[in-house]
Design a protein around this ligand. Structure first.
Ligand code: TMP
Length: 326
């Protein structure tokens, strides 16, 4: 969502309005506005706001059950929710299972071609630049998101994809791709934010491959809301859905500081030299600890992990560590 402040406490997005209620809470108003092509195509579809809110809340509730923390606090009315007040990260996160849209155009891959594995892309939120695709190293180097948070966000996005591909397939639908946004609270905890609806995903009927999402609007394929309603009805038809808890693998990489001697590295260096390998200046030996986390639903678990890394897994006098997530 590309928000621009319209009053001190209100941010007007393309399809939603956000009112800041306090340091902790915002009200998000789901409007009937719809836009495509970076605002080139605009319209209003009566009932769309209500429909998107209903689907978005349903999907966020499913994600919460799967152990993925979201910003949703409560449904306030048919078109408004109360959510956590977050600083939205300046990148959009797109997960793709099947080639379509800008991916097909960018790489010349035929729409509908299944990708070998789910694929995560980042787009920088910048209206003037038209939200371009951005390399993850550039995201980090430009200081937009630190590397560990970006990796956490990517791992979360893949968790979301696992839950949704299963959920939608049970409703006879194919999840082609979707866009997520994440936000950070004052303590630096990451929450899934914004909305997840037929505006922000591509969903096809598994039998006919009929498009049920916002591509109906982008490409003038007929009644937009009718497609959105099919998605909702199909998910309703599944009945109660209990997703599997999503595990998270954390890789702690521990490296010796350059300022301290590293006896293990010295021994390895001698071994390499004795084996006839020349051109070696220095060898340093570190270690990795792979931790599979069963339940990472409380965003504070990352604080605990950092504390354990500092106090138990490493000796901060002689070692540094980085975290990776998958
Ligand atoms: P794309 O193929 O146009 O890059 O879009 C990928 C997915 O992300 C698609 O499901 C639509 C969604 N999306 C948004 O929700 N908002 C956006 O601004 C863009 C560009 C895509």
């Amino acid at each position: 969502m590309n928000d621009s402040p319209s009053t001190k406490n209100t941010y007007e997005g393309k399809a939603k309005t956000v009112e800041v209620l306090s340091d902790e809470k915002v009200r998000i108003i789901f409007t009937d506005r719809i836009s495509a092509g970076d605002g080139a195509k605009l319209d209003t579809i009566p009932g769309k706001g209500k429909m998107n809110l209903t689907l978005s809340n349903r999907l966020m509730e499913v994600l919460e059950e799967a152990g993925i923390p979201t910003h949703l606090l409560e449904r306030e009315s048919e078109t408004t929710i109360i959510a956590r007040n977050l600083r939205i990260l300046p990148v959009e996160v797109v997960v793709r299972n099947i080639a379509a849209g800008s991916f097909s155009r960018r790489y010349g891959v035929k729409e509908g071609e299944e990708l070998a594995q789910p694929f995560v892309e980042f787009f920088v939120k910048d209206d003037k630049l038209h939200d371009p695709l951005i390399d993850r190293d550039v995201v980090v180097q430009m200081g937009l998101v630190p590397r560990d948070k970006l990796e956490l966000v990517q791992a979360r996005a893949l968790q979301v994809n696992r839950v949704f591909t299963d959920y939608f397939s049970r409703g006879g639908m194919v999840l082609v791709d979707f866009k997520l946004e994440f936000g950070e609270d004052k303590e630096g905890h990451i929450w899934l934010a914004d909305e997840i609806s037929a505006d922000s995903m591509r969903v096809w009927d598994a039998q006919t491959m009929e498009k049920l999402d916002k591509d109906r609007f982008r490409k003038d394929l007929g009644d937009v809301l009718a497609g959105y309603k099919v998605i909702m009805d199909r998910l309703d038809g599944i009945g109660g859905y209990s997703p599997e808890k999503q595990r998270m693998e954390v890789v702690v990489t521990i490296e010796p500081k350059h300022s301290v001697t590293n006896p293990g590295g010295e021994v390895t260096k001698r071994t390499l030299l004795n084996s006839g390998m020349g051109g070696i200046k220095d060898v340093r030996l570190g270690k990795t600890v792979n931790i599979t986390v069963e339940d990472s639903s409380d965003p504070k678990w990352l604080d605990k992990l950092n504390q354990i890394c500092k106090e138990i897994l490493t000796n901060p006098m002689v070692e540094t560590y980085t975290l990776g997530f998958r």
